[in-house]
Design a protein. Structure first.
Ligand code: GDP
Length: 441
């Protein structure tokens, strides 16, 4: 237990009224503060005890359970106490104020988890998984976050670092004993080892990143097409709400509207773009520009046409799925002429086929072969950097003159991977990561 740190406290449950509200304390004074607050001495670790918490005049603030974890066997590695009271913002604030009067300081966002990392209870990728668990928008994302939390991803990165350390040690040994002759095959064997034990798994991890990142930040599907073909209607049908303005006047959808839902456990944002057509109206022109921009960066582009209007069947731009809307207006015998999915945003006919096609298209675009994925940009960038250093190092390993430079690049690759689990310039990395946390975590 680190006795030099302050004792921190924060409300750990979301603001608002609820059945239970929790205040968490961590630090060397946590237990003594709770003893004063509860007028009680005997707290047994990991055993909930019903207590009444009083203010300075002896008046009751609230009552509830005290759960004490004796450090280092706690979340932060320090003494941790949870006060599980009633979920009332007023009572929780009064209780927190009393804890502060008794000697705690309010916790910074993410400070509990930061202490856990600093005290070696978890690595940095596990700390990030705490946020990922909280933020997971789908069950599938939640399951992946649990794997990261359990350290599966961190261990994978550490295994890569371990393999790299082995190669660096061999190269360093060659440099330390220049008088020794390096066996002919030795360096090429090291190159093979780097490719097999590092480059191959790194490529697999990077291939998983597009899927992993979408699992948390969401995939985007843009609907493009001429004005009035039914883009807003389709969006409304999917969202079940009157979100986009549906109108008979072409060009009424002027801004990009969005609806969030889930396909195969991936959070998906469907974006309705302004009808793409040439326009003299300045606001509409801006809408068209944004629509093109949205379509350019979307994971999947759906081109929507009006089945009853041939003029709308052509689209000058890239798209992944063609959908013919308003099939309720045409004779079913004409369905055959349309090369795409037949749909009616009015009756809902064909919606299942449309969702299936989007799901297939997403599956094709996002590889999910790995068991544990790269799920955030920070990790992906670090792995890409490691790969770049390896790519520079490998050809250098082929000539004895460049061995020192190769060793430098290999150490850089090692440091790039270390950034993921929190080895290296620790303070800088911790500041960056914990700026995204909420208070009480
Ligand atoms: P957008 O400009 O592409 O967003 O088109 P809207 O969603 O605003 O729809 C334009 C018009 O077409 C509205 O009057 C809608 O009610 C109508 N509409 C949309 N979908 C269908 C459909 O499947 N069948 C029929 N009959 N009308 C539709």
């Amino acid at each position: 237990m680190n006795i030099t740190t302050t004792t921190i406290a924060a409300i750990a449950t979301p603001m608002g009224r609820g059945g239970i509200g929790i205040i968490r304390l961590s630090g060397s004074k946590a237990l003594s503060i709770v003893k004063s607050l509860s007028h009680r001495e005997n707290f047994v670790p990991r055993t909930p005890q019903l207590c009444t918490w009083k203010d300075v005049d002896g008046e009751v603030i609230d009552s509830g359970l005290v759960l004490y974890f004796s450090g280092p066997a706690s979340y932060t590695g320090e003494d941790v106490v949870e006060l599980q009271g009633h979920g009332s913002p007023v009572l929780l604030h009064a209780l927190l104020r009393r804890c502060i009067d008794l000697g705690c300081v309010p916790a910074e966002p993410g400070e509990f988890t930061r202490r856990a990392v600093e005290n070696g209870c978890m690595d940095l990728s596990q700390a990030e998984a705490v946020v990922a668990c909280i933020d997971a928008a789908t069950e599938r994302a939640g399951k992946q976050a649990q794997k990261h939390l359990a350290g599966v991803f961190g261990k994978k990165i550490e295994a890569l670092m371990h393999a790299l350390t082995g190669v660096v040690a061999h190269v360093e040994a060659c440099l330390d004993f220049p008088e020794e002759e390096i066996p002919e095959l030795f360096l090429s064997q090291l190159c093979d080892q780097l490719k097999r034990d590092l480059c191959v798994p790194i490529d697999a991890l990077l291939a998983s990143a597009s899927f992993g990142e979408r699992l948390f930040s969401g995939a985007s599907i843009a609907i493009v097409g001429a004005p009035n073909v039914g883009k807003s209607s389709l969006l409304n049908l999917l969202s079940g709400r009157e979100r986009a303005i549906v109108s008979d006047v072409p060009g009424t959808t002027r801004d990009v509207l969005e609806v969030d839902f889930e396909i195969q456990g991936i959070p998906v944002r469907l974006i309705d773009t302004a009808g793409i057509r040439e326009s003299s109206d300045l606001i509409e022109q801006e809408g068209v520009r944004r629509a093109k921009e949205t379509a350019d960066v979307a994971d999947v582009v759906v081109f929507l046409a009006d089945a009853s209007l041939r003029d709308t069947w052509c689209f000058d731009g890239h798209y992944d799925i063609a959908v013919f809307n308003k099939i309720d207006l045409i004779n079913p015998s004409k369905h055959k002429q349309m090369d795409g999915i037949a749909l009616s945003a009015r009756t809902g006919e064909g919606l299942d086929l449309f969702l299936e096609a989007m799901s297939e298209m997403l599956g094709e675009k996002l590889v999910d072969g790995e068991d544990v994925f790269v799920t955030n940009e920070r990790h992906r960038i670090a792995i890409e950097q490691a790969k770049e250093h390896l790519q520079v190092a490998i050809p250098m390993l082929k000539s004895e003159e460049q061995l020192d430079l190769a060793a430098l690049e290999l150490r850089r690759a090692w440091s790039a991977l270390g950034v993921i689990v929190g080895v290296g310039d620790v303070e800088y990395i911790l500041d960056r990561v914990f700026s995204e946390f909420c208070i009480g975590k």
